[in-house]
Design a protein around this ligand. Structure first.
Ligand SMILES: Cc1ncc(COP(=O)(O)O)c(C=O)c1O
Length: 454
């Protein structure tokens, strides 16, 4: 592995200064930023311009599922660039057709038509548009503790504080509580109880909203950023039944959970549930190029056989992005990456996290599957008081900032959100790399232990 990939870049030396002078960053007060200059990345590791390197345990924004700079994926993009860089969405194209065919083949049930987008948020926007057109209804139900994207409808449907700065949002959004046993909204004490009560709650919300006014129920199959909330067995089936009963479109947002992250092609496969629409993006090509999409059931696609679908994008089905999806799916299959992610979670990450929990009073719960795990940090295991308050910032967030600094000093860069460290390495991470990164997290958690009471 070379650590000098960008050393020949004429712009590396001025990267930081140019960033601070001219780059406007997402979700940030611009003055407070001091971004790390990443000089290169390979597999599960990345490094900066000063010789520091880290295991990328957040897969950037939980999207680099295949690892950094997979040579076959890079080559496929280079080959496609030499063949045909771009073509309008109204033409047919070999790579777009093949990418759609492959995704349809992997998707469950009658989901066999794909609308390609530029990323995750527009996948959600268009899934909602499809559902509204199909049902002739407007309302969409989504959960608290969710993220669906930063554009108009997606941010309105998002159930986390990123919505607050965007309110008032679009009309027709209703929120409900999804299952989260550790902090149960239903006072449940077992997964079965949580499942039953969460479904009763959803049925009650539907009753008072008027199910005949609801176009779709949108949920992350496994909630990602907001806590890696794995639904209890039976929950997704229950939502499916409610949707079928009331003619409501079930949309599973798998922008983060899909393409290997949960040790399945699609996370719904784990529970053998077939929604009506699945959104995807990140892991479908590991973010090597921007892309996303909606996998559409034949029934919903047929709604638009004679009726015009009122949506489109200049880059829908971009050939470079589609070539990267085709190559990525091929590599996943050849290298058995989905199976590897499943085994890594079951045999290494899960058991190691349990051991870590046993060693640290600051760990309230560990949960997850595949390469999708959360470590929930608390000040007190009995009361479950979080290490930092909900949506903490500034001085309130200091304990988490210190834990993250200790992780980075130890050579691992996990994902951090509220009071949680989230362990989401590439699906291709080896068992040795996983152990190495978890050992660094283990050590870093001593910082959090100091904040524990009793
Ligand atoms: C579940 C989910 N949906 C949608 C999105 C939005 O995707 P994008 O940032 O590509 O627009 C994200 C991004 O993190 C996500 O995690």
């Amino acid at each position: 592995m070379t650590q000098t990939d960008l050393s020949t870049s004429p712009y590396l030396a001025s990267a930081y200064a140019n960033d601070r002078a001219h780059v406007f960053h997402s979700w940030s007060a611009q003055g407070a930023l001091a971004p790390t200059v990443i000089a290169g990345a390979r597999g599960s590791r990345m490094w900066d311009d000063k010789g520091h390197s880290w295991l990328d345990f957040s897969s950037q924004l939980v999207n680099v599922n295949i690892g950094h700079q997979h040579p076959k994926l890079v080559a496929a993009i280079q080959e496609q660039a030499a063949r045909l860089c771009t073509i309008a969405p109204f033409h047919a194209n070999d790579m777009r057709g093949e990418a759609a065919r492959l995704i349809a083949e992997l998707a469950p049930g009658d989901l066999d038509v794909v609308f390609f987008t530029n990323g995750g948020t527009d996948a959600v926007e268009n899934a909602v548009r499809l559902a509204r057109g199909h049902t002739g209804r407007h309302k969409v139900l989504s959960t608290y503790r969710s993220y669906h994207g930063a554009t108009g409808t997606s941010i309105t449907l998002t159930g986390d504080p990123r919505r607050w700065g965007n309110e008032p949002g679009a009309a027709g959004s209703v929120k409900f509580w999804g299952p989260y046993l550790y902090r149960s909204a239903f006072h449940a004490t077992t997964p079965a109880e949580e499942c039953e009560r969460a479904l009763e709650h959803l049925a009650a919300v539907l009753m008072v909203e008027g199910p005949h006014t609801v176009a779709a129920i949108l949920l992350e199959t496994v909630v990602g950023t907001n806590g890696i909330l794995v639904p209890p067995d039976g929950y997704l089936h229950g939502v499916r039944e409610l949707c079928t009963k009331h003619g409501i479109v079930m949309i599973c947002d798998e922008v983060m959970a899909g393409f290997g992250r949960c040790g399945e092609w699609f996370a719904v496969d784990r529970w053998k549930v077939t929604p009506d629409l699945i959104t995807f993006a990140k892991g479908s090509n590991s973010g090597y190029l921007p892309v996303g999409g909606v996998v559409i059931s034949r029934r919903i696609a047929d709604t638009y056989r004679d009726r015009v679908f009122p949506g489109g994008l200049t880059y829908s089905g971009h050939p470079l992005a589609c070539a990267s999806i085709v190559a990525s799916i091929g590599i996943f299959k050849a290298e058995r990456i989905v199976e590897h992610a499943r085994d890594l979670g079951a045999q290494v990450i899960g058991p190691e996290l349990q051991k870590i929990m046993g060693r640290h009073p600051c760990v309230g719960e560990v949960r997850g599957l595949g390469v999708f795990w959360a470590i929930e940090l608390v000040r007190n295991r009995k009361t479950r008081e979080p290490l930092v308050p909900f949506n903490a910032s500034g001085a309130d967030a200091k304990p988490m900032a210190e834990v993250m600094a200790a992780c980075k000093a130890g050579g691992v860069w996990p994902f951090s959100h509220f009071n949680r460290l989230q362990v989401t390495p590439p699906c291709t991470t080896t068992a040795e790399e996983a152990r190495e990164g978890l050992a660094a997290i283990d050590k870093a958690l001593e910082v959090a232990d100091r904040y524990c009471e009793g």
